[in-house]
Design a protein around this ligand. Structure first.
Ligand code: DHB
Ligand code: FE
Length: 277
C-alpha cells in the first residue's frame, strides 16, 4: 500500500515568483525568506516522494466567483499554469498523477465529501510557487491538486477541513501502490490584503498555530471561520490548507524544519516540514 512520508506547508505570496525569476534569492529583502527552504529541500531529496498532493486555494484563475466549489480535485494528465494578473512568469505544465487522483476521488466521495471533479484544471501561484520553491529544477513528482475555497464565503469550517485532511490520508494509505506520497498545504500565514485591516499580521497567533501542528494538531478546529479571520486576516484563513495537510499524516508527526519570516509583501511567510510517524 502507498505511504505518506510527511507534509510540507508554505505561504504562496506571488512576489516570490518574481523574486525567483529575477534570481533575487540572495538579495537582502529575500534572503531571510529563501533561507527557510534548503533544509526542507534536503529532506525531500532524502525521502524522494513519487507523488505530491497539493492542497491549496485557487484565486480566480480556475474558478471565479460565479462558480466556486467548496472542494475541487484535479484528475488531469497535466496542469497548465496561466497568467493570473500578478505578472509572474508562467511555468511549464505540471504532470498529473491520475491514478492517485481517482483513488482520492473514489475514496473521498465514498466518505461523503462532495468534491467537484476536474478533468481539466489550470493552476495558479498557490500551486506553482510552492512546487518551484521545493523543486527549483523542475523535477517535482507528478501531482494531484486539491482546492479548498477560502476566497468566497461561506467557507468550509476548520473542523470540516480537518476531516477532509484525515480522509485524504486514509485514501492515500488505501491506495494499492508502493508509491511514497508527500502532501503540500499552501497559503497563509496571517495576512489581509484588503479593507481597513489591510497589512494585518498576527505573529503570536501564527506561532501558536505552527506549534499546534506538532503538539496538538487539531487545535485550530476550536475556532469558527469568523474567529480565524479575526485572528489571522481575511486571507490568513488560507491556513486551513496547512490544517488539511497536517491532518493527512494521522496522529503522530515529527518536526523536520520550520521557518517564519515577516513580512513578505503584506504577508507572514511560514514554512514547515513534518515527517509522518
Ligand atoms: C499575497 C498573498 C497571497 O496569499 C496571495 O494569494 C496574493 C498576494 C501578498 O501578500 O501579496
Ligand atoms: Fe493566497
Amino acid at each position: 500500500m502507498a505511504r505518506i512520508i510527511g507534509c510540507v506547508t508554505t505561504s504562496h505570496v506571488p512576489a516570490i515568483g518574481k523574486a525567483m525569476a529575477a534570481s533575487q534569492q540572495e538579495a537582502p529583502y529575500w534572503k531571510p525568506f529563501f533561507d527557510g527552504f534548503p533544509p526542507i529541500r534536503d529532506w525531500l531529496a532524502r525521502e524522494r516522494p513519487d507523488a505530491v498532493v497539493v492542497i491549496y486555494n485557487d484565486h480566480g484563475l480556475n474558478f471565479f466567483l460565479d462558480k466556486m466549489p467548496t472542494f475541487a480535485i484535479g484528475a488531469a494528465e497535466r496542469y497548465v499554469n496561466a497568467d493570473e494578473g500578478w505578472g509572474i512568469p508562467t511555468l511549464a505544465p505540471f504532470a498529473g498523477e491520475q491514478d492517485l487522483s481517482w483513488q482520492l476521488i473514489e475514496h473521498l466521495i465514498g466518505a461523503d465529501f462532495d468534491l467537484t471533479t476536474c478533468q481539466e484544471m489550470q493552476v495558479d501561484h498557490a500551486f506553482t510557487l510552492p512546487m518551484k520553491l521545493l523543486w527549483p529544477d523542475g523535477d517535482a513528482p507528478p501531482a494531484v491538486p486539491l482546492c479548498i475555497n477560502t476566497v468566497q464565503f461561506p467557507l468550509p469550517s476548520a473542523r470540516r477541513v480537518w476531516a477532509l485532511g484525515r480522509a485524504v490520508g486514509e485514501a492515500v494509505r488505501a491506495w494499492d501502490s508502493d508509491k511514497r506520497v508527500v502532501v503540500l498545504g499552501t497559503g497563509g500565514l496571517s495576512h489581509q490584503l484588503d479593507g481597513r485591516r489591510a497589512g494585518f499580521i498576527n505573529k503570536d497567533f501564527d506561532q501558536r498555530f505552527m506549534r499546534s501542528l506538532v503538539d496538538e494538531p487539531d487545535w485550530a478546529t476550536r475556532y469558527s471561520i469568523h474567529e480565524l479571520v479575526e485572528l489571522s486576516g481575511t486571507q490568513g484563513v488560507e491556513l486551513l490548507m496547512w490544517l488539511a495537510a497536517r491532518a493527512a499524516l494521522g496522529d503522530g508527526a515529527r518536526l523536520v524544519h520550520q521557518h517564519y519570516h515577516i513580512p513578505i509583501s503584506n504577508t507572514a511567510a511560514g514554512a514547515m516540514a513534518l515527517a509522518a510517524a
